[in-house]
Design a binder for this molecule. Structure first.
Ligand code: ZN
Length: 290
């Protein structure tokens, strides 16, 4: 909505102009985003809102977003009542909350309630097609973007669970490379009897980020394999890794999969204390064979 109002190509939202990009990065001069710094939103942060609105607007519309608006304390809320009742022209407030009942009544009575739900697969798809066509019409030179918006596979739309940012992440070539590498590593650690003598993974796990992200991804893969055994393909979050899922499902019983999953969960938990990645992998390999 903010992009729609401020986009250089309004009324469409191009996603590529300097306004759209600054909004996406949280750096637009016409958008003030307040997140509680402590348990409460106190008077200092309310003053930030008043200061922002006392400046001359550079655009036709301005937006103030209060995250966790229920955290406004009494004093901060009182200082905002007047401006909420009569905001300067072109100003739109968003008071975000997961619990409208917790808003102070004086605040709530000045608000119009809108419910935001996760986007449906259809909404993700159609919005995405719009973005894809508008950016190619602009012959935008933004070619270093990883995601080809117009051809997002169905499984990504599903696995995004209604979130554009997750969709973008899943579509990136980096993420795809990670997923196939992590998938192969799981198979190797479970099925390759010579795993301990293989040099490749020892190099791989030296990449701390890779090593950290492997465990949660393996949890997803193992859960998917169990779902696949239940013939619940609708529950899969990694259908891009179908070869791995089918292979695991053919080899392991549901009980075995539960055991492996438990070991992955425990290992992930133990990683809160820094440990040597190679030793952790060796231990995982050995445990799955005893
Ligand atoms: Zn734009």
């Amino acid at each position: 909505m903010m992009q729609q109002a401020l986009c250089a190509n309004s009324p469409i939202t191009c996603g590529d102009c300097s306004h759209c990009l600054r909004i996406a990065k949280g750096q637009h001069e016409s958008v003030l985003w307040i997140s509680p710094q402590t348990e409460q939103i106190k008077i200092d942060q309310a003053r930030q809102v008043l200061d922002f609105l006392s400046l001359q607007s550079l655009t036709k519309k301005r937006f103030v977003v209060l995250e966790r608006a229920e955290a406004l304390n009494q004093q901060a809320a009182n200082s905002l009542l007047k401006i909420l009742e009569e905001p300067p022209a072109g100003t739109v407030f968003f008071l975000l909350t997961t619990n409208p009942a917790a808003l102070l009544p004086t605040i709530r009575s000045r608000c119009l309630m809108l419910r935001f739900r996760p986007l449906t697969v259809e909404q993700l798809r159609s919005n995405n097609l719009n973005r894809g066509s508008s950016s190619s019409a602009n012959a935008s030179s933004n070619s270093n973007s990883d995601s080809n918006h117009s051809s997002i596979p169905d499984w990504i739309l599903q696995a995004s669970r209604g979130s554009f940012s997750r969709m973008a992440q899943l579509s990136s070539s980096e993420t795809q490379a990670f997923r196939s590498a992590a998938s192969s590593l799981l198979l190797a650690s479970l099925l390759d009897e010579n795993f301990l003598t293989v040099a490749e993974w020892r190099i791989q796990v030296k990449d701390r980020e890779f090593f950290r992200e492997v465990w949660p991804f393996w949890m997803e893969l193992l859960r998917d394999t169990i779902a696949f055994k239940w013939q619940r393909s609708d529950l899969l979050t990694c259908p891009d890794q179908m070869t791995t899922i089918e292979r695991l499902a053919a080899i392991y019983s549901e009980l075995d999969l539960d055991d492996i999953l438990l070991r992955v969960v425990q290992t992930a938990r133990d990683l809160s204390i820094p440990r040597d990645p190679q030793l952790v992998m060796e231990q995982f390999f050995v445990e799955n064979r005893t």
